[in-house]
Write a protein that binds this ligand. Sequence first.
Ligand code: ATP
Ligand code: LTN
Length: 328
Amino acid sequence: METIFSGVQPSGALHLGNYLGAIKNWVELQNQHRSVFCVVDLHALTVPQDPKTFREKILSIAKIYLAAGIDPEKSIIFIQSHVKEHAELCWILNTISRIPELERMTQFKEKAERHKKDLNMGLFDYPVLMAADILLYKTNAVPVGEDQIQHVELARTLAERFNNYFGETFVIPKAFVRKEGARIMGLDDPSKKMSKSAPSAANYITLTDSPEIIREKIKKAVTDSGKEIIFNPIEKPAIANLLTIYSLASGRLIEDLQKQYANAAGYAEFKNDLSEAVVEFLRPLQEKLKELDSNEDVMLKILNDGAQKARQIASQTMKEVKDKIGLI
Ligand code: ATP
Ligand code: LTN
């Protein structure tokens, strides 16, 4: 059985992009794979976190995994910092990572620009820790959104390099990126991806937004010139994005949606229907989240059990790595 591994940072409220680009796919994949899903808290530390709210943020991601349908009977769910081998393998991989290949990382270049004054070593090393996450579990496929492909490529490079230097140890992982939903764009700016760190909340729909807020945000979402509701990401990027969200939220084909709105007089009816589709899509997840809120002990037990299972795999890999390098 092939192994999949993925993770989300507890760096803010998750949005539809995170869900449609990543988590929704994990739920489907967990039935045919050995699946490992991690809350990557050490990654989130690469930007300042408030110690008072960090714990809640970490738990909120784990809750979303469960509410979305990740089943702890089928998948390992755990918190990265509970398995020390992640940081340990990161160090070893640092010694075979080359500075220019890390300088090339798009996410680093963007974040370095944003954090000019307090640019820390962790931001630079972020992709190496991500490679450690992936390689520890002998991962075959990494289900992520499009923006993470470059990082998975680096994990491949490091795995191949380690295997060349020290002998066959790591599985060479591939990114698993679905065609639809891999890059959901911002509602206020369809030229950039929907992002937690966008300056305005009008950019995204979070998974916990109320129906009223969802309707309001979709009403305000920018559209393209003209009135046709057609899927053309180059000429009509805003409408193409809304159609993608509509299709994934409703389970209907984009062609069907285009047909339904072919004679629409404007965007109003389309936006209304889209809002209701998103509200209905998120409703079950939001209901499950509420149930989990009153069940923190159950959550902590799941995370504890998950860490124990993860440790068994990770410590075995780490032992192999140390042997291969010649550490005593
Ligand atoms: P931000 O949203 O602030 O840019 P991020 O990209 O660091 O944060 P994470 O929470 O670390 O977000 O990402 C979790 C997963 O969601 C990753 O697999 C990532 O590729 C995916 N993802 C993030 N944004 C989008 C998007 N707009 N469309 C599709 N997938 C996305
Ligand atoms: N960098 C990823 C989060 C992440 C990850 C991972 C994803 C950290 N380690 C391992 C897949 C596999 C992001 O989405 N920003």
